[in-house]
Design a protein around this ligand. Structure first.
Ligand code: PSV
Ligand code: MN
Length: 387
């Protein structure tokens, strides 16, 4: 197995994009519990996200969700982010909260509604141009609840047309990442339910369209690392939305529910050249319903770092030899050795050697930042999952 010192160069390249909405309040359809100090504006969300980067060195970009994070002056927002040591990342469009989109957006049977959805995405591209952001992430809540409700085949044609119009609006260095999800909010059919459907639309669109893989968007038991391997083979894995789940789209802290699954996914990222590939964005998409938002984000990026360190420790030569020899248990043993290696002390030493806190979470807590925002952010409308 490689020494820890042999993997630090690659580990140092890890960059994780954090979602602006993770800093707002969130919950379930039963209750949203408000937290003291929650941001009221995108600037406050960025300031909080910057704390995650400051303590970990891992999170230099913040994804926006439009219209939640809309501002009048994107130059000023860019400057604000830069002043805080971070930048604007992926722009997420939102065609799931407007009354008009009740029966779908790009797949709606009404041309006027489809046009409205296209227009919104084109406006998101304007935001990307203004912020220097490369990626437009499209996730559609489109689907049906009842068999026969709409023509599921026509819906695919409408989707292809709408995506083409949006694609035509991309600048030369901009991309679409098309996210899939097998159910919710639609319970019978979903228009982009799986990676295959997303990939087919991306292939039809052209080279500036790739798949976004949200780890919470699969049926239980799905082998997600296989999907990672396959999409990387096709150069069509544009981004991840990392989170973890026990049941459905739980949006829990990445690595919390199934650390071994995160290990297996990251192994395929590394194996497929995704780690050093700027076209593969590692993003979080999480909601911290009951835990403190900033600490939740910190824990998330640190979980990814820890699991990546273990992946980089896999003895790839020994693994290849065992695989070639058909040594089933030997190969599995090499893989598991890396997973079971405790890298926490090495990581702490390494962080310190780079001028970062040994224990980013403890350092953040001790900084008093949280107490400061709780005292300062009085009044106003706290951001929530829908604002
Ligand atoms: C949908 O469940 C999703 O994963 C999409 O990425 C949305 O943009 C995001 O959640 C909103 O939290
Ligand atoms: Mn997502």
């Amino acid at each position: 197995m490689p020494q820890f010192s042999e993997i630090t160069d690659r580990l140092a390249g890890l960059q994780i994009e954090v979602p602006s909405w993770a800093y707002g309040n969130s919950g379930t359809r039963f209750k949203v519990f408000a937290q003291a100090g929650t941001p009221r504006t995108i600037q406050e969300k960025i300031a909080d996200a910057a704390q995650v980067h400051k303590a970990s060195g891992l999170a230099p970009a913040v994804a926006l969700h439009i219209p939640w994070d809309k501002v009048d002056d994107y130059d000023a927002l860019n400057a604000f982010a830069a002043d805080h040591g971070v930048r604007i990342g992926t722009v997420n469009s939102n065609t799931f909260q407007d009354e008009d989109f009740k029966l779908g957006s790009l797949c709606n049977s009404k041309a006027s509604v489809r046009a409205k959805a296209v227009k919104h995405n084109l406006e998101c591209i304007d935001v990307m141009t203004a912020t220097g952001s490369r990626d437009l992430k499209i996730w559609l809540a489109d689907g049906t609840n009842y068999p026969g409700q709409d023509d599921i085949r026509d819906r695919q044609e409408r989707l292809a047309e709408g995506l083409e119009e949006i694609y035509a609006g991309l600048g030369p260095d901009q991309r679409i990442v098309l996210e899939y999800k097998f159910f919710e909010p639609s319970f019978y059919s979903t228009d982009v339910p799986d990676w295959g459907t997303s990939l087919l639309h991306c292939l039809a669109l052209g080279p500036k369209a790739s798949v976004c893989l949200d780890t919470g968007h699969h049926a239980p038991g799905t082998n997600i690392e296989f999907i990672v391997a396959q999409l990387l083979r096709q150069n069509r894995l544009g981004s991840f939305d990392f989170n973890s789940r026990f049941y459905a789209d739980d949006d829990l802290i990445v690595g919390a529910a199934d650390p071994f699954q995160l290990f297996r996914i990251l192994y395929e990222v590394v194996r497929g050249g995704g780690l050093e590939n700027p076209d593969v964005v590692l993003m979080l998409d999480q909601c911290h319903n009951i835990e403190p938002h900033i600490q939740g984000q910190l824990r998330s990026v640190l979980n990814v770092q820890e699991m990546l360190a273990k992946v980089l420790l896999v003895d790839t030569e020994a693994l290849a030899q065992a695989q070639k020899a058909g040594d089933v248990l030997g190969a599995n043993g090499v893989f598991m050795d890396a997973f079971y290696t405790d890298v926490r002390a090495d990581l702490a030493d390494w962080r310190e050697s780079r001028g970062l806190p040994r224990d980013p979470i403890a350092t953040f807590i001790a900084s008093g930042y949280q107490a400061g925002i709780e005292a300062e952010r009085i009044g106003g409308q706290q951001s929530g999952w829908n604002s």
